[in-house]
Design a protein around this ligand. Structure first.
Ligand SMILES: *Cc1c(COP(=O)(O)O)cnc(C)c1O
Length: 367
């Protein structure tokens, strides 16, 4: 029987941990960490991490300007102040110098993000964070299976978080995981994610008002089946990227995801960034691609450019200084990267992409 069907039939009452436990164990072993806790989504994993790290009002948290809003929304949930650093042109991830320039004596946590499967320069980020006694919350939602200096994403933070949203490299529909090697953080997270109750306390003696962040057993069963296929799924992402690279590397006005010596990317989404000089609107390009049946997504808009952060005065100032986040964010799109895509389809996408870019450039020259 499939794991999910078995979970639906048997993971009740005493069996509620039938799949959560094995999924967490297998995930922790795969990454190479001591503890893993399955939660409803990565957003709750980030929230739980910040709570366990004791972050609250008056504290500052630094994150890259170029990421999905989920990386930073929980900073607001705990009432802390968000500071947005720039990303690095080479890695597309948190720039160590920009991070260091934002540190104050109220900085408590930094959230480096492995954007589209790339990874930040953890050697420097860890050195800076440890010098200023700042905790690292590693957002590896997009970097499952990526490695920095031979070591898996998810092993660099005091806690690290993953997403199993339908779009992610391994998926449970919705779902997330928080991992750590720290006994105290683990215990605090286990307590906070179950309504302020010490695991095993069945006497309903809650000692704090907290949260309920548990993954459902059917999702955990899906997760267990996915982690057993992890190698295959990661290899597929890498292969899809290599098809795109073979096809697109001859176009000097295009850049693809970073490929660096010390980083093995799992290429969650193959992403192109075109030369700003082409002066093409990314939304127009996406619209024209959609008209030809190719579904693309925009490179994340810098968080500091979003309506959602309009009232955050610290952040508004970031618009001027986060040059790389703006340069890449305004001139990039994600190409179709689902594991079911074939080589022939990738070739078609490339042909359509080049044609549509050419058309937009010509339109520009005539107007
Ligand atoms: C997908 C994603 C998240 C959030 O994941 P959810 O499971 O949807 O909460 C967080 N950070 C990054 C970088 C993501 O890409």
């Amino acid at each position: 029987m499939s794991y999910a069907a078995d979970a639906a039939q048997n993971a009740w009452y005493d069996g509620h941990n039938l799949y959560n436990g094995p999924f967490e164990k297998k995930f922790a072993d795969y990454i190479g960490v001591k503890y893993a806790i399955a939660v409803p989504h990565c957003t709750s994993a980030i929230h739980l991490s910040l709570l366990a790290m004791g972050v609250g009002a008056g504290d500052e948290v630094i994150a890259p300007d170029a990421t999905w809003i989920a990386s930073v929304a929980p900073v607001s949930y705990v009432g802390a102040t968000l500071k947005l650093a720039d990303i690095n042109e080479k890695t597309w991830c948190l720039d160590p110098d920009s991070f260091e320039s934002l540190i104050t004596d109220r900085t408590k946590v930094v959230i480096p993000v492995g954007l589209y499967g790339s990874m930040p320069e953890f050697q420097r980020i860890k050195a800076i964070a440890s010098h200023y006694k700042i905790k690292i919350l590693e957002d590896a939602a997009e970097a499952f299976g990526s490695k920095y200096m031979g070591q898996y994403a998810g092993t660099f933070g005091d806690t690290a978080v993953f997403s199993f949203h339908a779009s992610k490299t391994i998926s449970t529909g919705e779902g997330g995981m928080v991992v750590t090697n720290d006994d105290a953080l683990y215990e605090r997270m286990m307590f906070l994610r179950d309504h302020g109750r010490v695991p095993g306390n069945v006497n309903y003696q809650n000692s704090e008002v907290a949260y309920k962040y548990k993954m459902s057993p059917v999702q955990a069963a899906l997760g267990l089946a996915q982690i057993e296929r992890a190698e295959e799924l990661i290899a597929k992402k890498v292969e899809i990227f290599s098809w795109y690279r073979d096809c697109l590397s001859e176009y000097s006005y295009l850049r693809l995801n970073p490929e660096l010596e010390n980083i093995e990317s799992s290429f969650w989404l193959t992403t192109i960034v075109y030369a700003p000089e082409l002066d093409i609107d990314k939304y127009q390009l996406i619209k024209n691609m959609a008209a030809r049946n190719v579904d693309c997504r925009p490179f994340f808009n810098p968080l500091s450019s979003l309506e959602a952060f309009k009232s955050f005065t610290d952040i508004n100032r970031a618009c001027q200084s986060n040059i790389v986040s703006y340069k890449l964010g305004q001139h990039g799109i994600n190409l179709p990267s689902a594991p079911i895509i074939t080589r022939e389809q990738v070739m078609e996408v490339c042909a359509v992409l080049i044609e549509e870019i050419d058309k937009l450039r010509k339109d520009k020259n005539h107007s």
